[in-house]
Design a protein around this ligand. Sequence first.
Ligand SMILES: Nc1ncnc2c1ncn2[C@@H]1O[C@H](COP(=O)(O)OP(=O)(O)O)[C@@H](O)[C@H]1O
Ligand SMILES: [Mg+2]
Length: 449
Amino acid sequence: MNPYQNLDEHPQGNLPSSDPNLSPEQDFVEIDHHLSPKLSKQTSHEPIEFKKRFSFIHDADNITKMEHMELYWEDLTIKAVGKVKKNIGGKTMRVIEEKVILNSLKGVVSPSTFTAILGPSGSGKTTLLNFLSGRIVSSNLVMNGTLKMNNVPIDSIEKYSNKIAFVQQDDILMAVFTPREALIFSANIRLNLSQEKKEEKVNKLLRDLGLEKCADTIIGNELIRGVSGGERKRTSIGVELLTNPSMIFLDEPTTGLDSNTAVTIMYLLRDMANSGRTIVSVIHQPSTEIFREFDKLILICKGNIIYQGDAQAAVDYFTSINYECPSMTNPSDFYMKIMNPEGLMIEMMEKGMNVNKENKKELSEKFEERVSYFTKKYKESKNYEELCSKETIPVKIEKYANTVSWIKQFVLLFKREFIKVFKNPFDLRVRLSQYIIFSCVCIIVYHDV
Ligand SMILES: Nc1ncnc2c1ncn2[C@@H]1O[C@H](COP(=O)(O)OP(=O)(O)O)[C@@H](O)[C@H]1O
Ligand SMILES: [Mg+2]
């Protein structure tokens, strides 16, 4: 039976087993400690029993080809440079302005570890994730810093791109494809294997991710009805898993999903970390259940890291700096509250202060002071000290090698565009009407010229 079958009817923890040979009693298995030697040491919470349900992840062939990757960054500063309109001496002028997005950050993400990044909107989470995964594309961003892969300084992460996967916040799947077609397309364009082997991999993934039931339903989008949000997200993750990455970055994989579906996505990430992979994910408003699955936590506020370390030890850390998480409160809600100006405003109102236009400036200054305090305290903390004196074992990693020729990739992409147009008759009709109307306008305007 499939772990995701009738997902919505199954409360988490009650999901049926993925392995048809397992009895319900064998359904839950302990974390595979030999695959994840660090995990037992790293998690400070009681080891939770997980279902080892994702056979693709633990596939012997995939495990042997997987490499342990530890990524370390230091003095990472990212600034956005742009022209802004300013009123200078009564005149509106366009001046070049620099905006610091990430402010001299130091950090590490390790194998066999699930690192969660939390922070308010606009704090720089996606920018950090994009940088670490080698996906910064904006030309107006100026970057400085040092990167080390397994303790070896590297000038660019791009050469490791065959070992790194990135699951974007917005799914970039083709709406007219089915999950099976999306996976087969990805396998064709990225894997240099026989068709039979590729199909075998795809079928295994579909089974593992609980997508068998909807494998031949179109993915859809806002306009075309298709699979559910959770199934779409699992397809996006599956597309990335095909290449057997050692390091996976995800930007808000649970946003917009119901709590049960979000938890099952977490189990998948947890299982990937257990298998030795480095998992880094930005998570939006995690529930207590989801928070329990994190090994490490990075809190980012206004481009500064204000906490980095064991996720379950963060509550004690904040208590030690006089920010105590109230009992019966989800720690992540507490962190979000203290990292947001709105949270401070609520605190001030609770103390009987009137927040109005006049003291809004005062509120913003107070919030700046709070962020500076958190940043200073974090830089004085034991966690930061440990990070500065971090010694890692050098491990050789194979360099990037593209396995499918560019001609084949070109043909496949061309074919995909063709399918996209013909599988979406509405889009085709709209486009055709556009071209006809545009041609008519051109004829009317220019016919006598
Ligand atoms: N290329 C860019 N040019 C200018 N500003 C940018 C650029 N990329 C990001 N920013 C700004 O940097 C801040 C952090 O963005 P982002 O990393 O997307 O935040 P988050 O993911 O935490 O919501 C935002 O204020 C955003 O507007
Ligand atoms: Mg973001």
